[in-house]
Design a protein around this ligand. Structure first.
Ligand code: MV4
Length: 446
């Protein structure tokens, strides 16, 4: 096994990775920006290296500084976490050129899945269902109108280089198309440096259901079931759960097999997630793949008992998968609430000093966080300060446990989204499992 790993990230995910490394007997190197010197990941790692000033471009996205830190500390591998450099194929290549193992898939897999058109083409070949849409990029307005009429309205225009919901335009009629098409291209160019867009049929009020996959460097791929991430606000996930209230064992098997086929189609060899939309009739369609460990991975860990970060590290080292599909059993129900340093009504970031802090505990309660009493939340990065995760035998009990844990949670001095989560746990539609991607919009209007 690796002797030492550098973690090219910050916040709760850096701690999450350090914890598994400790249990595996692997030494850890934290890197940090000058704004993060008081962060817990710096204190918990065996060594730490400052890699630059606060702005991400100068620190957590600074490839030269991160590679130098790995060389300086003799780290054999780099774990990129999520965000920052985690889905950057160029970074993966540079690591390998420097003789450092990138803990993630190959640059090639990342490139195919990072381009949404090539991702669609790769998965169609192996029979994974996708929504009707263009097989290539659409490059002019007349062509856009023609293909949209063939697909049937409403349609959605998406950036080839986009993802995560950014740069999408929903179009309900031919008359609205030319304008939306031009805007989408302009936004794609500004947002992703590539104006190319494609068009698919728009699926109204879908569920967002994603499948966790685990793959090794020997061609073995399994899945760990699904997470329902339908509770989102402006394409930011707010609450995730496993299993989904829409999945039957049959649907899970079908989606799981599709996810495994999609992973094999790109010779995938690490942990990853296939995002699907599920419509009202329980039809599912592949959307995109996330080629990294995700924020919401803990709910899958809770219901399967599999340490996803551990399997990711083992796989990167070249070990064979130690589970078969039959070993994976879904037990009970897990829910995760993302706790952000934000105003829980306006959702504006609220950095500042935490004057008092108490985390909930007890049976089936897990807190993945990096903050503590007297820690100052800095304004430079994502506002996620903690993930509160619960596990119980049933969904009803998990909701009650989450409500209880939220009541125990104390974060004084800054505003957080804890009050918003308390509202959701008491919401009738949430309790009954009547959720789709428009749930928060409806709740905010109440
Ligand atoms: C869609 C869609 C409806 N139809 N594609 C948003 C994130 C990105 N992964 C894909 N997204 C969507 N793609 C078609 N053809 C609706 C969404 C979508 C959405 C998806 C998941 C969770 C929340 C969402 C909120 C708005 C739109």
């Amino acid at each position: 096994m690796f002797h030492k790993i550098l973690i090219a990230n910050r916040g709760e995910i850096a701690l999450r990775i350090i914890r598994t490394c400790k249990e595996m007997g692997i030494k850890t190197v934290a890197v940090y920006s000058s704004a993060d010197s008081e962060s817990l990941h710096v204190k918990l790692a065996d060594e730490s290296v400052c890699i630059g000033p606060a702005p991400s471009l100068s620190s957590y996205l600074n490839i030269n500084a991160i590679i130098s830190a790995a060389e300086l500390t003799d780290a054999e591998a780099i774990h990129p976490g999520y965000g920052f450099l985690s889905e950057n194929p160029r970074f993966a290549e540079i690591c390998e050129k420097c003789g450092i193992t990138f803990i993630g898939p190959t640059a090639e897999s990342m490139r195919i899945m990072g381009d949404k058109i090539s991702a669609r083409q790769a998965v169609i070949k192996v029979g994974v269902p996708i929504l009707p849409g263009t097989k290539e990029g659409v490059h002019d307005v007349n062509e856009a109108v023609k293909v949209a009429k063939e697909i049937g309205f409403p349609v959605i225009i998406k950036a080839t280089a986009g993802g995560g919901g950014r740069g999408m335009k929903i179009v309900h009629s031919p008359a609205a198309l030319p304008n939306a098409f031009m805007t989408a291209r302009t936004e794609a160019q500004t947002g992703f440096g590539n104006p190319e867009v494609y068009i698919e049929r728009y699926c109204e009020n879908p569920r967002h259901v994603e499948i966790q996959v685990l793959a090794d460097k020997h061609g073995n791929v399994i899945h760990l079931g699904e997470r329902d991430c339908s509770i989102q606000r402006r394409h930011q996930k707010v609450i995730e759960e496993a299993p989904s209230t829409v999945t039957t064992p049959e649907l899970r098997k079908a989606m799981g097999e599709a996810a495994v086929a999609a992973a094999k189609a790109v010779n995938y060899n690490s942990v990853g997630t296939m995002e699907f939309l599920v419509d009202k009739n329980n039809n599912f369609y592949f959307m995109e793949m996330n080629t990294r460990v995700q924020v919401e991975h803990p709910v899958t860990e809770m219901v399967t008992g599999v340490d996803i970060v551990k399997e990711q590290i083992r796989s990167a080292f070249g070990e064979k998968l130690r589970y078969t599909q039959d070993d994976i059993k879904i037990k009970g129900h897990s829910i995760e609430c993302r706790i952000n340093a934000e105003d829980s009504v306006k959702f504006t970031p609220c950095p500042g000093k935490i004057t008092d802090h108490h985390t909930p505990g007890g049976l089936g309660v897990r807190v993945d966080s990096f903050v503590y009493t007297n820690y100052s939340v800095v304004p430079h990065y994502d506002s996620l300060i903690a993930k509160l995760i619960v596990h119980a035998d049933t969904r009803d009990e998990a909701i009650k446990r989450m409500a209880r844990a939220l009541d125990e949670y104390i974060v004084d001095g800054i505003k957080t989204t804890i009050p918003f989560h308390k509202r959701i746990m008491a919401n009738k539609d949430f309790i009954e499992g009547n959720i789709d991607t428009s749930f928060i919009e409806r709740l905010v209007l109440e």
